[in-house]
Design a protein around this ligand. Sequence first.
Ligand code: NAD
Length: 385
Amino acid sequence: MSDKVLSQFKQEEVKEEIKPARKVKIGVIGCGGISYAHFNNYKKMDDVEIVAIADLIPEHMEQKAQEFDLPDTVRRYHDHVELIDNEPDLDVVSICTYNSQHAGPAIYALDHGINVILEKPFTVSVEEAVEVMKAEKRSGKVLSIGFQPRYARSMQMIKEVVESGVLGKIYYVQTGGGRRHGIPGGTFIEADKGVIGALGDIGCYSLDMVLNALGYPKPLTVTGYVSDFFGKRPEYNEEPEDAERFAVDDFGAAFIRLEGDIILDFRISWAMHPDTPGDTIIMGTEGALRIPSTDCWNGAIPDGITLYHDVCGKMTETKLPHLTDDGKHTLFYKKIRSVIDKAVYGVKDAPTIPSSQIIINQAIINAILDSSKLGREVEVNIPEI
Ligand SMILES: NC(=O)c1ccc[n+]([C@@H]2O[C@H](COP(=O)([O-])OP(=O)(O)OC[C@H]3O[C@@H](n4cnc5c(N)ncnc54)[C@H](O)[C@@H]3O)[C@@H](O)[C@H]2O)c1
């Protein structure tokens, strides 16, 4: 087992040694769909207590409070400002608001000295991501962006294979995924809430899978395309009336030039006719990996990662072992736990997901949208923070 995989177990040992005298105080901002996974996993941790929750829609809060048996002593607030202003002792907040409400709450929390677990995608623009990173820097607090597939052992193996050098110099990568009929509805499809559709919902995971394996090289140029042929048709929405609200992309594709002379060919889809837009393929001078990653947002990769290489000049295919997770903790548990371990228990190598990487993911997504609108290739410049 690699050091990286082992480090996740080490964290738990450290935690036992330095348990604080009081419980870790948690706030949850946004009590809609994904907050379920945050409440569910916090409830599994003996050393934390949820002390405050907020939502613009009180019924969403009450629904979660009932579902998770939260006592009346858990304070309820209207929004992130009210919660943060009234809870100076919070250690960590989970920000589970829709995409257009990621940056504001994250900046406000960091500026008030609170550590942040921010749901993906990072934000809806590079400018917003930069402002969040400036707040992170001036606060000195922990910020982690919620890409839970990173904690899956099969995902970690992809990175280990690339880093081992067995593929040689990587020159071409294709990645992406999608669903045939899988438009999520809710706030995902609204211009002022989701803002970015399939690209921000599931495209960010496909990008993270390969960019993380490659060490997050910077993008140089992007030729992007987005469309909405399915979202605007009632028969492709779970609730047919959603077609009228649909105002984001349901398909995106791009040809991305990365630093290090690597080409990244990418496509993502919420709705399409084929069953896949293709596997992920990482091509190097000494070998290639084929990864069945059509629904990579689920975290674990199904059995069947293949290494293609030559042995004594003969074309050879090696099936890599199918790594499943330990089953002890969910990927979500690990993503939340990494922030608590780093921020509260001082575990330096707790595997949080750094903003310095995810701003690159965000920049590619925004460049795809810009390029599609302009109908030409765009240059990408990531600001230094
Ligand atoms: N990691 C994952 O697997 C995963 C899965 C689904 C969604 N997400 C992400 O989670 C986020 C939320 O998605 P969702 O499906 O839960 O959306 P949702 O619309 O169901 O819930 C968002 C909630 O936030 C509330 N809200 C918005 N702004 C607020 C504010 N300033 N203060 C307090 N409450 C506020 C809304 O009223 C709403 O109840 C999205 O960014 C999405 O991309 C992540």
